[in-house]
Ligand binder design. Structure first.
Ligand SMILES: [Zn+2]
Length: 269
């Protein structure tokens, strides 16, 4: 699944490719990806120019003339830019550009979403309104206030996009390793000092991952053939049985809230 750094790589790559393209038509092969009324969506998006692409958490935001198109890639969503090649069976939405090129939304699992909203109000509407802040914009005092009464694990809290935006499974494991905090700790037991360490670690992990273009892991590669290099920097995630880079204790894999979780049992208390 693409996480924040991978989505950022997609954003930068796509923006370079399709900035200033004008959408002149649309083909829909699996319309449930579109979260608006379909006739309205097609009518509204036609003749809109793509001015830039923003990102909030794991959402891509295409800034058009009168609308913002909000896209979540979920598990397997990808974009391809093509011209007249035949349609692949996993290409569900094709945006035709005035230039003759087209942008294709490809999604094997079909969990992705595309939502068109008014440019003046999209930040105050679902889905962006319910999104927490990214670690780089999140004050640790505010984070501490949000979690101090939570009776779930710190891992589950960090995965909750209403609290912190943009941390997924890989980056939560890495953040908690750097913080030397065990993922099964109950959030209400986290001290303010630990909250500060967690937010600082999350910033470091995400900054490094963005710099390296994200992590290429299992089935996910970002669009346009871009592969991340952060997998070379992982300390614990996917490292079951390997020695901890700090203390050489064997990394173990456990389940936390149903998610595969990698831990150094000695470094993380
Ligand atoms: Zn260790």
């Amino acid at each position: 699944m693409p996480e924040l750094p991978e989505v950022e790589t997609v954003r930068v790559t796509l923006e370079n490719e399709i900035r200033n393209e004008i959408i002149v038509g649309l083909d829909l092969y699996y319309s449930k990806i579109i979260k608006n009324e379909l006739e309205w969506f097609i009518y509204s998006i036609t003749n809109q120019k793509i001015h830039r692409i923003d990102r909030m958490g794991k959402y891509l935001i295409f800034i058009l003339d009168a609308y913002a198109m909000i896209i979540h890639l979920r598990m397997e969503g990808k974009f391809y830019i093509k011209t007249d090649e035949p349609i692949d069976k996993h290409e569900h939405v094709v945006f035709h550009f005035k230039s003759g090129r087209n942008l294709r939304y490809h999604d094997v699992r079909k969990f992705g979403t595309i939502t068109l909203l008014n440019i003046n109000t999209y930040l105050d509407e679902y889905p962006l309104i319910q999104l927490g802040r990214e670690p780089k914009n999140l004050d640790f005092h505010h984070f501490f206030e949000m979690i101090k009464n939570k009776k779930t694990t710190i891992k589950q809290v960090l995965l909750d996009q209403h609290i912190v935006a943009g941390l997924g499974n890989i980056y939560v494991d890495e953040t908690l390793f750097l913080s030397q905090i065990h993922p099964t700790r109950i959030a209400s037991s986290i001290t303010i000092k630990e909250a500060e360490i967690i937010i600082e670690s999350a910033r470091q992990v995400l900054e490094k991952a963005i710099e390296l273009g994200g992590t290429t892991i299992r089935s996910y590669t970002s669009s346009l053939g871009v592969h991340g290099r952060f997998q070379n920097e992982l300390n614990v995630h996917m490292k079951k049985g390997e020695p901890c880079p700090v203390c050489k204790t064997e990394i173990i894999k456990i389940k936390v809230g149903g998610r595969g979780t990698y831990v150094c049992p000695k470094c993380q208390h």
